[in-house]
Design a protein around this ligand. Structure first.
Ligand SMILES: *Cc1c(COP(=O)(O)O)cnc(C)c1O
Length: 371
């Protein structure tokens, strides 16, 4: 029996993706081993942070890195760092930042909710959020005209949550940052490419440890040495409420060490997806096809379109029934309003696609028989 079942919880089959609500990632045994060993011993944390920074630097091509408890904490800590630097008395004043350069400029289509709001994380770090332009249209002049002598940084959100069209590119923001001598922070929480934004010239780039790289609940900031030192310094201030444990750091470094975006197990995932699509396509009122990730990543999912007249229930009702069963099955529901649900194979444990196919059969055939 698994640890969560011992606690009286239902088993969960995650066909949704790397979702915080389901525990983000299930780590590889070698990562769990590193975490276990780290938990059972002592270490000088300040030195562990420095060593971790070197590993992060190596993985990202940045000058230095700083572990965090997650990407959300990474936003707050990055903002605090550009506002307070390494000045202890300022660090201890945050998030109250009156009289300090504290404005953080963000495009309106990037002021999004990822499970919590980007703006709130900026505010936690003492930033005064300045949203510029419109939700679906931002011009470079909007950004340029918002910059004044109280501006501390520009923040760019690289995410499927952000509005994709009508926004200014990261290149433009980096150019503006250079022109006005302002740091550019990138929230790249779920991105797979750990080197790209650093190479483009972003000053601080934030990643989640539990998303693309498949590590434990954790995160990190990669970037310019002076700013990363300021990030570390925030652990004497607001960062203390976002403390990252030694276990998480050890797990994060193990995950970084074995992460290779070129070698994601695409063939195995495709095999599972093809099998599942074949099974589901045979069910009454179901059309199943294989769809590549909307953002063009090497992820293939089963996309199921329900014909409500045949199934007698909407896609939304079906997802609720899947979630209420035992094991509870969670699907990817971004397009559930249009009658489409998707199954993401990345989080599957061995053989779980069989359980999913059986449950779908049970739910839909029962409906087909008019029960
Ligand atoms: C997931 C996410 C976060 C938060 O990451 P955590 O590691 O869960 O704290 C922040 N920003 C974006 C765009 C995200 O997708």
């Amino acid at each position: 029996m698994g640890i969560y079942q011992q606690l009286g919880l239902k088993q969960v089959i995650n066909a949704s993706g790397k979702m915080t609500a389901l525990g983000a990632s299930a780590v590889h045994p070698s990562i769990a081993k590193a975490m276990g060993e780290a938990a059972m011993d002592y270490v000088e944390i300040s030195e562990l942070m420095i060593v971790a920074g070197r590993h992060i630097a190596e993985a990202t091509g940045a000058e230095d890195g700083c572990p965090t408890s997650g990407a959300a904490a990474g936003i707050a800590i990055s903002v605090a760092a550009v506002i307070a630097g390494c000045h202890l008395s300022l660090i201890e004043r945050l998030p109250f930042s009156e009289g300090m350069k504290n404005k953080i400029i963000i495009q309106k289509g990037h002021a999004v909710h990822f499970g919590a709001s980007v703006q709130q994380m900026i505010a936690l770090g003492g930033g005064k959020v300045v949203e510029v332009g419109h939700a679906n249209h931002v011009e470079a002049d909007h950004l340029r005209e918002a910059i004044d002598d109280q501006t501390a940084a520009l923040l760019y959100v690289k995410s499927h949550h952000a509005i994709q069209k009508g926004m200014q590119s990261l290149d433009t923001m980096i150019q503006l940052g250079r022109e006005f001598g302002l740091p550019v922070i990138v929230d790249a929480a779920a991105e797979e490419d750990l080197r790209r934004y650093v190479a483009m010239g972003a000053d601080l780039v934030i990643y989640s440890g539990g998303k693309a790289i498949g590590g434990p609940t954790s995160g990190f900031i990669a970037g310019r040495a002076d700013l990363v030192a300021a990030c570390r310094a925030q652990y004497k201030g607001v960062g203390r409420a976002m403390k990252v444990g030694k276990e998480a750091i050890a797990g994060l470094l193990a995950a970084l060490g074995q992460y290779d975006p070129e070698k994601q197990n695409v063939t195995e995932q495709r095999r599972r997806v093809e099998w599942l699509a074949g099974e589901l396509d045979r069910l009454p009122g179901v059309k199943a096809r294989i769809a590549q990730d909307e953002a063009g990543r090497e992820i293939y999912r089963v996309q199921v379109q329900l014909d409500k007249r045949v199934t007698g229930m909407t896609a939304h009702e079906l997802t609720r029934q899947l979630e209420q069963g035992n094991p509870a099955i969670f699907t990817r529901n971004h397009y559930v309003n249009t009658g489409v649900i998707a199954f993401d194979p990345r989080p599957f444990h061995e053989g779980q696609e069989h359980i999913i196919a059986a449950r779908m059969k049970e739910l839909l055939q029962k409906q087909g028989e008019g029960e």
